[in-house]
Design a protein around this ligand. Structure first.
Ligand SMILES: Cc1cc2nc3c(=O)[nH]c(=O)nc-3n(C[C@H](O)[C@H](O)[C@H](O)COP(=O)(O)OP(=O)(O)OC[C@H]3O[C@@H](n4cnc5c(N)ncnc54)[C@H](O)[C@@H]3O)c2cc1C
Ligand SMILES: NC(=O)c1ccc[n+]([C@@H]2O[C@H](COP(=O)([O-])OP(=O)(O)OC[C@H]3O[C@@H](n4cnc5c(N)ncnc54)[C@H](O)[C@@H]3O)[C@@H](O)[C@H]2O)c1
Length: 462
């Protein structure tokens, strides 16, 4: 067996969280080994945020062009996924990671390609193409292994060539008929993008509504927009069986008494959730429960003896900005600097459908469950000045939640064109606990979508 290499820090997994930690610690002068089994950069740039948002951008242009007839003359639009597919390929260098591994190595990180696992506190074993290697990290290990797509146990599905987020981003044409299983952020964003590029899309969500964890008003507004665009949205539906005959998927839906309906599609995107990459990575060797489904961390992101965790594996919010936020804390703690304790009260998230769903903090249901004395304010975007001027595509709603006892907002949602940007104002309010009275005294420029927030704040007094 080869001798163990001694280093300051080993970062296991180099996605959004691990990449940041490794670079910053190496730049600070520590000896850092970064272990990656796939592409440095992880899910977000290659199969997640970036390609999906490039698709959404192309699709948005198509949708805007289709409004020309209503607002500005005549336009004939023939959507083509090709230019977007080229932008995706260009953005991620044809799924190669030089753009990520280069800066990492320039910072001084020793990149070890292979599958790693913990082997007791501070020890990491890596199966590299050249054989096993052992690293001993004197300061500690940072666990950042992220998630992968998890398909449901629907009979017949496993043997079919269905897409996950890994395959869908390689599409160069929109299939004539697309089935989407799961109406979470991935399913919803991509269902709409493909519909706009010309696919007849059937979206099948097992739960009672799409975007289930968000406010019901958000789900309703997005579902209404989808249906207006011709997306066949079905909720409360679980596919019973899947068949594939070499060209067509046949999705068998449950029927009451008679045989159920069969939906035929050319491609099937499965977006029913993610599984953390925690299997077989030696959690038991550091006293953690491999069956827990996440790695619990404290406010310094510490997960055990000489062990930190960042990103999706912590279960604190499956978003790139959370991974990066946590990474900043880990870097400070490893370097022995003052750490701002991790705080998720003002956690933001944006689902990039059209209308966009921007949200911060608690939903009404969460706030009530937490015992908050909730006051709710709402405003309809189409009835706001800017919403009315915007015309077609103006669906949306603003909802704000006040903790009546403290006079501060604990949550807010903006469903609107560019809702994620507009929500920024609420994000500051929740994070900094700006009193509602102070917010009401602000200047809300006319005629921005922000003014619907002012209306919702006034509505709190109803
Ligand atoms: C389609 C899609 C769209 C998304 N859109 C957005 C968005 O718009 N905004 C947003 O904020 N978030 C978005 N996300 C979520 C975002 O991608 C994740 O939250 C983010 O990538 C988490 O970063 P991470 O570092 O925790 O994990 P990852 O990015 O998953 O990186 C983990 C890395 O660890 C490696 N690894 C795993 N196990 C091992 C092992 N045993 N040994 C060595 N290496 C290992 C993996 O190969 C991977 O490179 C999206 C996700 C998807 C799938
Ligand atoms: N804009 C963003 O920030 C963004 C975009 C995409 C993904 N993400 C993150 O990535 C993660 C994964 O996204 P996701 O959408 O795959 O997962 P998800 O867990 O958020 O949603 C999965 C959906 O699939 C449904 N579902 C589960 N089993 C089903 C079945 N058998 N049939 C039909 N529906 C079924 C669930 O009820 C749920 O609504 C999310 O947690 C999300 O936050 C973020």
């Amino acid at each position: 067996m080869s001798p163990a290499h001694q280093v300051d820090v080993v970062v296991l997994g180099l996605g959004a969280g691990g990449e940041h930690v490794a670079i910053k610690l190496a730049r600070a002068g520590l000896s850092v080994v970064g272990v990656e089994r796939d592409l440095v950069g992880g899910e977000c740039p290659f199969w997640g945020c970036t390609p999906s948002k490039l698709m959404i951008r192309g699709a948005h242009v198509v949708a805007e062009a289709r409004h020309v007839d209503e607002l500005a003359g005549y336009a004939h639009v023939e959507p083509d996924l090709g230019p977007t597919a080229r932008r995706i390929r260009e953005a991620n260098h044809d799924w190669t990671d030089d753009g990520h591994s280069g800066p990492l190595e320039e910072a001084g990180v020793r990149l070890v390609r292979g599958r790693g696992r913990l082997d007791g506190p501070g020890r990491v074993l890596v199966e590299t193409p050249a054989g096993p290697e052992t690293y001993v990290a004197t300061r500690g290990v940072v666990l950042a292994t992220g998630t992968e797509a998890d398909a449901p146990p629907v009979p017949g599905l496993a043997g079919t060539p269905y897409w996950t987020n890994r395959e869908v981003v390689h599409a160069t044409t929109a299939p004539a008929r697309l089935g989407v299983l799961g109406g979470g952020p991935i399913g919803a964003e991509l269902a709409q993008a493909f519909a706009r590029f010309g696919s007849a899309v059937t979206l099948l969500e097992a739960g009672p509504r799409i975007l289930g964890p968000e406010e019901p008003e958000a789900s309703a507004a997005v579902a209404a927009a989808f249906m207006r665009e011709g997306i066949d949205v079905r909720t409360g539906v679980e596919v019973e069986r899947v068949e594939h005959d070499g060209g067509t998927f046949r999705l068998h839906l449950p029927g009451a008494d008679l045989p159920g309906e069969v939906v035929e599609v050319d491609e099937l995107l499965v977006a029913t959730g993610r599984r953390p990459n925690l299997e077989g990575i030696g959690l038991e060797t550091v006293g953690l429960d491999p069956a827990a489904g996440r790695v619990p961390v404290d406010e310094r992101l510490r997960a055990g003896e000489r062990l930190w965790a960042v990103g999706d594996v912590t279960g604190e919010g499956p978003f790139t900005h959370v991974a990066k936020y946590q990474a900043v804390g880990v870097v400070a703690d490893v370097l022995g600097r003052d750490v701002r304790p991790a705080d998720y009260r003002g956690l933001t998230r944006v689902t990039f459908t059209d209308p966009e769903v921007g949200a911060v903090g608690l939903t009404e249901e969460q706030a009530r469950a937490a015992g908050v004395e909730v006051r709710v304010g709402r405003a309809d975007v189409p009835r706001s000045s800017r919403g009315w001027m915007h015309g077609p595509g103006n669906e949306g709603v603003v909802k704000v939640l006040e903790d009546a006892a403290r006079g501060v907002l604990v949550g807010g949602t903006v469903v609107a064109p560019y809702g994620g940007e507009v929500m920024g104002l609420l994000s500051t309010a929740v994070h900094a606990e700006v009193p509602v009275e102070v917010l009401r005294g602000m200047h809300f420029p006319f005629p921005t979508f922000q003014r619907a927030i002012e209306t919702a704040l006034r509505d709190l007094d109803r």
